[in-house]
Design a protein around this ligand. Structure first.
Ligand code: RIB
Length: 338
């Protein structure tokens, strides 16, 4: 049998036993809190996987390096809130604590928080990069601090990363609107300097081209801020346009929320007059008066996987995970174009 490429983690045991990582941690540290049947299941998984506690992690804990930093683009976006929750639950299972900050997509803020976290002596940092270059993160790693890229594929093999295929996500949304009969689609998008925005646009354009449509003619891109006000700004611009598209794809659910609110105030029916699709499928998407069709990202899993990579330590081989998004169709896009 070929040697395992990476150390069995507490998450592997949890998956094998069908319990949370917190339960596995309790079996290891506070067995009295776990029912006998669950404890036996976990112990069987530990034996099957020959799991051995991460001694270096425990030593680091003894050395009190038990804090990890995370820098996301905007913690007020429910997407990042859910990702952060996934990170926190995974870290807590190993008695680590989490410090979180928002870069607001500003490289200077990202750099400042990196410095602050380093001064705090964090074990490592998980970062949604604000730009394409990660040279500054490689320098942090050179100083012995773990680095995991969050919601961003890694441009170098040596740095672990967790991302979602946003090109596929943009294509799924656009293909769905084409299937509903829409031939002219607005895309309320962020600036292309944000990788997620550029990739979703690329996916939308590929779907149009694959359908034999001219992306330049069929897609009306409007650049907006990545929040509900951005959705309002984008819709106001579209409502004033002569040849109004019959469908709107929004780069995330916050933009879609603002778009829906503005369309409704303008007396425009969703989906009868304008179909609407969001991205992230955050909790509120299904709860809206007009439930929102959205491209679901595995938010909690994305965070937990990044934390798992962090806890394996800087000596472990780098891992690159790209999750696939899925389209969740709801009322906001399900009547055929006029
Ligand atoms: O930050 C912009 C978007 O990128 C978020 O809404 C989420 O979709 C992330 O992937």
């Amino acid at each position: 049998m070929s040697p395992r490429t990476r150390r069995t983690s507490i998450a592997d045991v949890a998956r094998r036993a069908g319990v949370s990582v917190g339960t596995v941690s309790n079996v290891l540290n506070r067995p009295d809190r776990v029912s006998p049947t669950t404890r036996e299941r976990v112990e069987a998984a530990i034996a099957e996987l020959s799991f051995v506690r991460n001694g270096s992690a425990r030593q680091l804990r003894a050395g009190r390096i038990t804090t990890v930093g995370a820098i996301v683009l905007d913690i007020s976006n429910p997407f990042f809130t859910d990702v952060t929750r996934g990170i926190e639950e995974r870290l807590t299972a190993d008695d680590y604590t989490l410090m979180v900050a928002s870069s607001d997509r500003e490289p200077e803020r990202e750099a400042r928080y990196l410095r602050l976290f380093e001064e705090h002596g964090v074990r490592g940092v998980m970062v949604v990069p604000t730009g394409e270059s990660i040279d500054h993160l490689l320098a942090v790693r050179e100083r012995g601090i773990g680095v995991v890229l969050l919601d961003h594929p890694s441009p170098v093999d040596s740095v672990s990363s967790v991302a979602v295929d946003d090109v596929l996500g943009g294509a799924l949304a656009t293909r769905h609107l084409l299937d509903q009969g829409h031939t002219r689609i607005a895309f309320l998008n962020g600036t292309h300097s944000i990788r997620q925005c550029a990739d979703r646009l690329e996916g939308a354009r590929r779907a149009l081209a694959d359908a034999g449509r001219d992306p330049d003619a069929a897609l009306v891109e409007v650049t907006v801020p990545l929040d509900a006000n951005g959705g309002e700004t984008g819709i106001r611009a579209l409502l004033e346009a002569d040849d109004r598209p019959t469908a709107v794809f929004c780069v995330n659910d916050l933009v879609a929320l603002g778009a829906l609110r503005t369309l409704r105030r303008a007396g425009v029916s969703v989906p009868d007059d304008v179909a609407l699709v969001g991205y992230d499928d955050v909790t509120f998407a299904a709860e809206l008066a007009t439930p929102l069709t959205s491209v679901r990202q595995p938010r909690h899993e994305l965070g937990a996987r990044a934390a798992d990579m962090m806890l394996r330590g800087t000596d472990a081989p780098a891992e690159h995970v790209v999750f696939k998004p899925e389209l969740v169709v709801r009322e906001s896009s399900t009547t055929r174009a006029p």
